[in-house]
Design a protein around this ligand. Structure first.
Ligand SMILES: NC(=O)c1ccc[n+]([C@@H]2O[C@H](COP(=O)([O-])OP(=O)(O)OC[C@H]3O[C@@H](n4cnc5c(N)ncnc54)[C@H](OP(=O)(O)O)[C@@H]3O)[C@@H](O)[C@H]2O)c1
Length: 395
């Protein structure tokens, strides 16, 4: 008999949340959903409550929660509806929950993700922004509370799978020389530089290989996503920045690689489908079925690799700069990026203004040392304020 895992899925209505529930539904004997959460998509979470009958459903939005509670009552379900950030923290740290999928997008995910790690849960980390903003203190909370951290980002999950099982945070001790972090290059890898200023949100969100939420899709188009992942890899695997090599691999078949001192390079391959890393982390250390199609190597036929072009992708350079600067710099980078992406998605500024805004915010907001989560949140709000001021001057 398999032990049943009791889950909270933070951000259950998003792309990662929906894929997680898809895997969970294939294994009703292994997983029990205790709590689901959303921001304001009440209709989708209602549908999920009907299907998975969780003990709790949390919406950040109070009006949405009120509507949901009424619908839940009418449907005769026993789900308790809660709202607000404290409720997100509560369901991330419930005693009856052992595993938390952290899949809220952006800085909004940081407090519940910290709550899960602080309560010693097995944390399945999709919310890379937590690691970017607060890597050092988050890793301390994980260690101190004996939380288990399993990466969901396909690249970090691939690295995790390519490391030996006895890896305990020291790459040198297991003979690793470098991490090779792959990137598709996004939808604008070959577009002429002069056309980048005219691209629309729709074009930026049309990723060639992956189906993802809008924020991460724009991050992939600017390659800020890869920059955030470099910072995430630095903290997750204790890798020095020069041990992390970004490689453009347009087919997204190799999800990342680990190079050892003897010259061996281990890679994890598969179709670009997030259910693979999600299932790997849900079932770990066992392998479970996902419904992902077999990789057809004859159809793939070729695998290409290119060096990233920092002129085309200045956001990648800015992320390396923030990592080198340390302290609050990555939190400032992340906050400026979130404001920039949102402004671009709302057609308030062009695509090419994204790196310009981030660079200016990084230049003007004073970098500080980080000792607590509060320090991180302060840096986040200072950077957002500076970004909005910059935007006000632009429009
Ligand atoms: N999608 C991928 O393939 C992928 C791959 C690797 C890593 N990730 C990471 O996984 C995370 C989620 O990405 P995604 O693509 O699934 O995003 P998404 O589709 O936009 O979904 C985001 C989820 O977070 C919720 N949410 C948004 N703002 C919130 C707030 N202020 N407070 C509470 N909940 C909020 C949304 O609720 P509503 O639906 O109500 O808005 C939704 O459930 C991101 O950090 C991303 O970088 C994603």
């Amino acid at each position: 008999m398999k032990a049943v895992r009791h889950l909270t899925i933070l951000g259950s209505t998003g792309t990662i949340g929906v894929n997680t529930l898809d895997v969970v539904a294939r294994h009703p004997d292994r997983f029990h959903v205790v709590a689901l959460t959303a921001n304001n998509n009440a209709k989708k979470i209602l549908e999920q409550c009907r299907r998975f009958q969780p003990r709790y459903a949390v919406m950040l939005d109070a009006a949405g929660a009120e509507w949901l509670q009424a619908e839940i009552r009418t449907a005769g379900l026993a789900t308790e509806v809660l709202s607000g950030i404290e409720s997100l923290e509560k369901v991330a740290s419930l005693p009856e929950v052992d595993t938390v999928m952290a899949a809220i997008v952006g800085a909004a995910g940081i407090r519940p993700t910290f709550a899960a790690a602080g309560a010693g849960k097995r944390v399945l980390l999709a919310n890379k922004e937590t690691m970017v903003m607060a890597g050092r203190i988050f890793m301390d909370v994980v260690k101190h509370n004996r939380s288990t951290l399993l990466p969901i980002d396909s690249e970090h999950n691939a690295i995790f799978q390519s490391l030996p099982q006895n890896f305990s945070g020291d790459l040198g001790a297991v003979g690793v020389r470098r991490i090779l972090l792959t990137a598709s290059g996004g939808p604008f890898r070959q577009l002429s530089l002069s056309s980048l200023g005219e691209v629309t949100p729709g074009q930026a969100c049309a990723h060639p290989n992956w189906v993802m939420g809008r924020k991460i899709s724009v991050d992939s188009a600017t390659m800020m996503n890869k920059g955030l992942e470099v910072i995430e890899a630095h903290w997750l695997f204790d890798a020095a920045p020069d041990q992390i090599q970004v490689i453009i691999h347009p087919q997204s078949i190799i999800h990342s690689m680990v190079e050892y001192v003897d010259g061996s390079v281990l890679a994890q391959l598969g179709n670009p489908d997030m259910r693979t890393p999600i299932a790997h982390a849900l079932g770990f250390p066992e392998r479970i079925e996902t419904g992902v199609a077999s990789l057809d190597m004859f159809k793939v036929a070729r695998l290409d690799f290119e060096a990233p072009d920092f002129k085309r992708f200045p956001c990648l350079r800015l992320a390396y700069q923030a990592l080198a600067a340390g302290g609050s710099a990555p939190a400032i980078l992340n906050a400026a990026n979130e404001v920039a992406v949102e402004s671009f998605l709302k057609c308030r500024m062009p695509f090419t203004a994204i790196p310009a805004m981030i660079e200016e915010v990084m230049r003007t907001v004073f970098r500080k040392e980080i000792a607590t989560l509060n320090d991180v949140l302060t840096a986040d709000s200072e950077a957002r304020e500076a970004a909005h001021e910059w935007l006000a001057c632009l429009v």
